[in-house]
Design a protein around this ligand. Structure first.
Ligand SMILES: Nc1ncnc2c1ncn2[C@@H]1O[C@H](COP(=O)(O)OP(=O)(O)OP(=O)(O)O)[C@@H](O)[C@H]1O
Length: 228
């Protein structure tokens, strides 16, 4: 299939997705298609439901109602055996990095591939490659607490992409970073999008959003979706 045709195919589909936390409705009947290779920004005020939507997509939460299909897999019906495969199709970047503090940069990134059973020599090759892309090679033996916030996020980014995901989901990845570090992370997202990776990013950083011609902008308010 040609690249242009590929772009038309939704890699994420949400049909009437709702999420309740007890009496609180965090998402209300969300309908959303995201095509392969798209770059999508989700904005909205605090409490609008951005993280909830992303968590459902990266399997950290389950929807209360509705149907979600990610990369052809219906999340409500996916078998336990297929779950690790789906997780590997997703690279997740968090605002607070979520690195393991007592493991080195190399070990943090390598862990993803070790869990997936990749052989050691290939792990080394892939980890070195993503550390080079993220500019973190010289900190390969450092522990995360000794790194700046921007450096920690670059390691977290390397960890998210080392398994060559089809989709990168980033929840406020630049939220705690200074402007230059935010720009580096944003440029990495753009670089991967250029390779065909689908990007879904929740961000308050209107400066970055407004300074790129890239992407579709989706706005959430009180759990309801508005296409911009
Ligand atoms: N585990 C939870 N239990 C109960 N309520 C929750 C839980 N997680 C989120 N909520 C509530 O759901 C609503 C949506 O929260 P969510 O974190 O998705 O918003 P958000 O748009 O990501 O906000 P922010 O920009 O501040 O991160 C909020 O009212 C929040 O308090």
């Amino acid at each position: 299939m040609g690249k242009d045709m590929n772009k038309q195919e939704p890699i994420i589909r949400c049909f009437n997705v709702s999420k309740w936390y007890e009496n609180l409705c965090a998402l209300k009947k969300i309908n959303l298609d995201i095509c392969t290779g798209e770059f999508v920004f989700i904005t909205g005020p605090s409490g609008a439901g951005k993280s909830t939507l992303l968590k459902i997509l990266y399997l950290d939460e389950t929807a209360s109602e509705g149907q979600i299909v990610v990369d052809g897999m219906n999340l409500a019906r996916i078998s336990k055996a297929r779950m690790p495969y789906l997780r590997r199709r997703l690279g997740v970047v968090f605002q607070d990095f979520k690195l393991i503090p007592n493991r080195t940069v190399y070990e943090n990134v390598a862990l993803v591939l070790e869990v997936a059973g990749v052989k050691k020599s290939l792990i080394r090759q892939k980890v070195l490659q993503v550390l080079r892309i993220t500019g973190m090679t010289r900190k390969i033996h450092a522990l995360p607490p000794t790194l700046s916030g921007g450096e920690q996020q670059r390691v977290a980014f390397a960890r998210a992409v080392v398994g060559e995901p089809a989709i990168i989901i980033a929840d406020e990845p630049t939220g705690s970073l200074d402007h230059d570090s935010a720009r580096i992370i944003f440029n990495l997202l753009v670089k991967y999008n250029d390779k065909g990776v689908t990007i879904l990013i929740a961000s308050h950083n209107l400066h970055l959003i407004n300074n790129t011609n890239r992407g579709r902008h989706i706005h959430l308010t009180n759990g309801e979706l508005q296409l911009m």
